[in-house]
Design a protein around this ligand. Structure first.
Ligand code: UD1
Length: 355
């Protein structure tokens, strides 16, 4: 079997890692195409090297732009790569502009396409990720769902027959990295910050960064916390804060660069909690059993909330109390699987080819 994976943004490199390993272990041919949506080394190259993924076979170098510019710029190069390689499956990941561009390019040339992380919904139609997910799911031939809730969403949209519940490959990679100690020893903390006594924060979603009033309220809430806050600053956050004249290194906040994945896992594992708007980090906090506060009105990862490990505070009403709440009751629930999702992805791809 020949698979052509399309990736472009940071969380997709993380998801690619266990899939690439599982494809290789099963002896399948794998072509990796990078759209170039993320181009900074800290958001891209370091993930390939740290997570043991060989460099992409092709990089389209599309870079930044408006949604239309970025998505449109990807289409011709993706189509050419698909026509050149004619894989059995184009595999697209998650919910970024790279995902929807690849699904569109594939379906137009009758190229079978599978969507990994299908069926997630926030039901917030203002999020670019929500458009990307819905359109990708309806274009794809095979829907690889990470959770039982995602399967239900797909069924209710009439897509049940194309759906396979495989689990979440982000659990696979997290367990592997945690168990291998790939951070090469504990990450040194900022001066005056002790293990177990700090919070890890990330903010990058357009809905939080692109409105200066909202961004300023979020920074004030983080700055006012009584524990040190390590803010891992995505380029979008730095850009928008600078443009709005908002200083990020205020009060309790120490600003750090975005971290390579193994260092992020180490930092979160030793933290007292996470404050974020990232989907991946909500789950990583849960899997590492660290309380999470999510600065959004909704989440795709509802299991983390139902199990008590994640609290949504989209209105920023009580970030301090949420972020400093005690650890919830222990649970051995595994809504994201037990670390074998990538093997099940490969089985689902192979099985759907035969049928
Ligand atoms: C994208 C995804 C989002 C995902 C996130 C992970 C879309 C619509 N959004 O958001 O779902 O959670 O990636 O990080 O696809 N920039 C750089 N260097 C880079 C990449 C971007 O400086 O390597 C800057 C751009 O100039 C721009 C901003 O970051 O100002 C936004 O980048 P973009 O890739 O469009 O979206 P993200 O916010 O990263």
């Amino acid at each position: 079997m020949k698979i052509l994976s399309v990736v472009g943004a940071r969380p997709q490199f993380v998801k690619l890692s266990p899939v690439a390993h599982a494809l290789e272990a099963a002896g399948h041919e794998h072509v990796i195409v990078h759209t170039g949506q993320h181009y900074d080394a800290a958001l891209s190259d370091v993930f390939f090297s740290d997570l043991g993924i060989r460099p992409p076979d092709l990089n389209l170098h599309v870079g930044s732009g408006s949604h239309a510019e970025q998505t449109g710029a990807m289409l011709p190069g993706l189509e050419r790569a698909m026509l050149e390689h004619r894989p059995d499956w184009v595999l697209v990941y998650g919910d970024t502009n790279s995902t929807v561009a690849a699904a569109l390019a594939a379906v137009k040339i009758h190229q079978p396409v599978a969507h990994l992380e299908a069926g997630l919904r926030s039901f917030n139609r203002r999020m670019p990720e929500e458009h990307n997910r819905v359109m990708t799911d309806h274009a794809a031939d095979l829907l690889l769902a990470p959770t039982a809730v995602a399967v239900e969403h797909l069924r209710s949209e009439g897509l049940g027959e194309r759906t396979v519940h495989v689990g979440d490959v982000m659990a696979d990679v997290l367990y592997r990295v945690r168990d291998a100690g790939l951070a090469h020893g504990p990450v040194p903390l900022a001066r005056g910050v002790g293990a177990g006594d700090y919070l890890v924060a990330t903010i990058h979603r357009a809905e939080n960064t692109d409105d200066a009033g909202r961004l300023s309220a979020i920074v004030d809430a983080l700055a006012g916390l009584s524990r040190p806050v390590l803010l891992l600053a995505h380029p979008r956050l730095r850009d928008r804060a600078a443009a709005a004249g908002i200083a990020l290194d205020a009060g309790a906040i120490t600003v750090l660069e975005p971290q390579p994945y193994p260092r992020l896992v180490d930092l979160v594992a030793r933290s007292a909690g996470v404050v974020t708007d990232s989907g991946g980090l909500q789950k990583e906090a849960f899997l590492l059993r660290v309380p999470c506060t999510t600065l959004r009105h909704e989440t795709e990862w509802v299991e983390t909330v139902e199990l008590g490990w994640n609290v949504l505070d989209g209105d920023l009403t009580d970030v301090a109390a949420h972020a400093q709440r005690p650890t919830p009751p222990a649970t051995d629930a595994a809504p994201y699987g037990r670390g074998d999702a990538a093997v099940r992805v490969v089985e689902a791809l192979t099985g759907a080819l035969r049928s």
